[in-house]
Design a protein around this ligand. Structure first.
Ligand code: HEM
Length: 420
């Protein structure tokens, strides 16, 4: 457990009501999960200091080979062009809003959403699935389809078992149940993902056979434009799927939590969004460019709670401890305080850009960064209507988090942090 937080309950004041966490306190725990690749034990630092010369190098021939024959950099480029996913993401947010409203409605107080962690998980899984598989998987329906539920169970089984599997010696695999369960978890993940990918392949093939254009986004692109083998596509999609769920959902959770403790920040955020998005409009990705405070809220959340607190590359001694570096007092004045304004470009002195690197940096940096930001920014922008081979751990709350989504009196459509 890395730290402890005291929660102050924020009550309604002067006609405005705010997010109010109901848990009495939150602890941080580092839970394994959401890894982009098969979790492996964190490589212990050898203690020998290395220089820049020791860093792995991508030579020009390797770079060219990957670019030309593997379609690799195209793939990354494709995913980073996040604007094309704006409508998909907004549709998912709309479904999420409906679900939050429904949960509020059926709650005893009319505003309580229990276990927000789980709701945000469902939101993120549906979001990344719709982007990757170009199909709805029903995570935001009141009754999750059985197939999807099995998939969710498989993810959590794989993640749960990844801890014992990564610390136990190989010889135990024949005697203890963890390895078997771990592999079964992966089997469940792949059988679901592969089925959706195969379905998409058949669809593309049908279109091509009838001389139609293979319309679609990421998966269609991977399947029809790159030189990736089917096996690579399966692996690539599974990797993105796992990396893209708990990261965004927990960051949104931390953002909601921080905002719930800071009514002033909620007000500023509300005002900024309301000034740009009028009436019943749904915020567009372009609108986000005019919302510096909203972006700063996410940046500050990731500084305080970098959801990937440590990342390391196997077989190197290079480890970034995000959680520690972003608390450096020499870079961030009052690092324990939630101050989104420290990131604003309004003439004030801004922190060093390398003071907080929640997405990593350079060639190993997060491939899904643009998608993650799009999802988190657009989700948070709905705030205005009312009132968020690497081994990796996640920085997540250690207990169930419930929120009261309270009315913001100045709004017409009330009932929840997000509404439609
Ligand atoms: C708040 C959201 C997220 C955070 C903070 C985050 C953070 C990170 C970090 C720190 C790394 C390691 C970078 C390094 O080694 O230097 C990483 C890698 C990765 N992330 Fe994310 N991530 C987020 C969301 C996503 C999403 C939504 C996706 C998928 C769409 C994704 C896909 C990946 C993949 C595939 C890698 C591995 C890249 C590689 O091995 O080269 N991430 N992420």
């Amino acid at each position: 457990m890395a730290g402890r937080l005291a929660l102050c309950l924020v009550e309604a004041t002067a006609g405005r009501l705010y997010l109010r966490p109901t848990a009495a306190g939150l602890c941080l725990r580092r839970a394994a999960g959401g890894t982009a690749t098969t979790p492996v034990p964190l490589q212990a630092s050898s203690g020998n200091l290395r220089t820049q010369a020791d860093l792995p190098e991508v030579t020009l021939p390797t770079f060219l080979y990957r670019m030309i024959f593997k379609g690799y950099y195209n793939r990354l480029h494709e995913l980073q062009d996040s604007l094309k996913y704006e409508n998909v993401v907004n549709d998912v947010i709309t479904d999420f809003v409906k679900r939050i409203r429904y949960l509020c409605k059926i709650s005893p107080t009319g505003d309580l959403v229990p276990n927000v962690t789980n709701e945000l998980y469902r939101f993120s899984l549906e979001g990344i699935s719709r982007i990757l598989f170009e199909t709805q998987i029903g995570c935001l329906e009141n009754e999750i389809p059985a197939e999807t539920q099995n998939f969710i169970n498989s993810i959590s089984q794989m993640q749960r078992e990844s801890i014992p599997v990564s610390v136990l010696p190989k010889w135990t695999r024949n005697y203890l149940p963890f390895w078997k369960h771990y592999v079964a978890g992966w089997d469940g993940i792949f059988s679901f993902a592969c089925k959706l990918i195969d379905r998409k392949m058949e669809d593309i093939q049908k279109r091509l056979d009838t001389n139609q254009e293979a319309a679609g986004e990421y998966l269609t692109y991977l399947l029809s434009n790159t030189k990736m083998s089917k096996k690579d596509v399966y692996g690539s999609v599974a990797e993105l799927l796992l990396a893209g769920v708990e990261t965004t959902s927990n960051t949104l959770l931390w953002a909601l939590y921080l905002l719930s403790r800071d009514p002033k920040a909620q007000d500023i955020l509300y005002q900024e969004v309301a000034d740009i998005v009028k009436g019943d409009q749904i915020p567009a990705a372009q609108d986000i460019n005019n919302m510096p405070y909203l972006k700063a809220v996410i940046k500050e959340t990731l500084r305080m709670y970098p959801v990937v607190p440590v990342n390391a590359t196997p077989f190197t001694t290079f480890v970034i401890y995000h959680y520690a570096i972003s608390q450096d007092e020499t870079v961030f004045l009052h690092p324990q305080m939630f101050k989104p304004e420290r990131w604003l470009r309004d003439g004030r002195e801004r922190p060093h850009p390398f003071g907080s690197l929640p997405f990593g940096f350079g060639v190993r940096g997060c491939v899904g960064r643009r998608i993650a930001e799009l999802e988190m920014h657009l989700a948070l922008a709905r705030h205005r209507r009312t009132s968020n081979q690497i081994n990796r751990n996640m920085l997540v709350p250690d207990r169930q988090v419930n929120f009261h989504f309270l009315e913001r009196k100045r709004c017409i459509h009330l009932n929840g942090f997000f509404t439609v």
